[in-house]
Design a protein around this ligand. Sequence first.
Ligand code: C2E
Ligand code: CA
Ligand code: CA
Ligand code: CA
Length: 279
Amino acid sequence: AKENGRSQYRLYSHRMHEEAEDKLQLEYELKNALKLNQFEVYYQPQINSKTNQVEGVEALIRWNHPKKGVLSPYVFLKLAEEMNLISDIGEWVLLTACSQLYKWQQTYGLSPNELSVSVNLSALQLQDIRLLESVCSTLDKSGLDPSSLELEITESSIILSPERIVDRLLKLTQKNIKLSLDDFGTGYSSIQHLHLFPIHTLKIDKEFIAACQQKISQDKVLIAMIQFARTLGLKVIAEGVETQEQLNFCDENQCDLIQGYFYSKPIPASEFEARFLIK
Ligand code: C2E
Ligand code: CA
Ligand code: CA
Ligand code: CA
């Protein structure tokens, strides 16, 4: 038994060693991914279900890993934050997405308020004192009108230091940039602070969309959240709408825009253009 225990230990430590090596390898590759041009921005439409018009598009990063294929942000964003790469990556996503939208607006004769782009900001970017400067110079480079840009932030990233962040957010909105609150309803709820934040849009987390019509009580929670947003004069986006039933529910309860697999998964720029812009 003792012998057995020892070899198990050896196996275990061997596996731990391998995992540590894998992580090191991934860190090394992540550090070089930006300059090797391995990141790509995918786009997911936000659709007005009454008119069937695409009114917005969310930019979502992917990593085209040379061996592992297309990697989801869940696999590498936390590591990117730990390694302090998130600001550089975030700036790249912003420039790519804004330049792309500007090009689409030009090509398809769309005015700045006809089609907007949403870009995610990580909590660390919000803490960065150079955020305003970086966003403004990136917008400048892209040619995009600031009113076509919506920055998505999460409740948990504001809660850390409300006053300082609110100040920073106000400066962004003074430039005509819009803000949306992502993943609303999950994590720590800042309902008591919400009216202090200069946000335009509330995105209802897909968790709530998935749970609705499973339980009556969940439906009521969702309806209350939508009404709450309306009371504050906010636009409402339902995220993670996958079925016709969920779409009907969102319609009946007056969500402004629908984002979810029902219409489309996030897709590469060329595909988005072919499916949603070329008439
Ligand atoms: P998120 O901001 O909440 O983005 C929505 C996620 O839900 C996306 O996952 C999207 O693909 C997924 N989704 C959309 N519709 C549906 C649906 O109908 N069903 C299901 N099951 N999922 C749906 P994705 O693209 O894997 O991104 C994951 C998270 O990574 C994002 O969650 C966001 O927090 C983060 N992220 C992605 N791109 C960036 C980025 O450029 N910068 C930062 N800081 N974070 C990013
Ligand atoms: Ca988002
Ligand atoms: Ca979300
Ligand atoms: Ca989310």
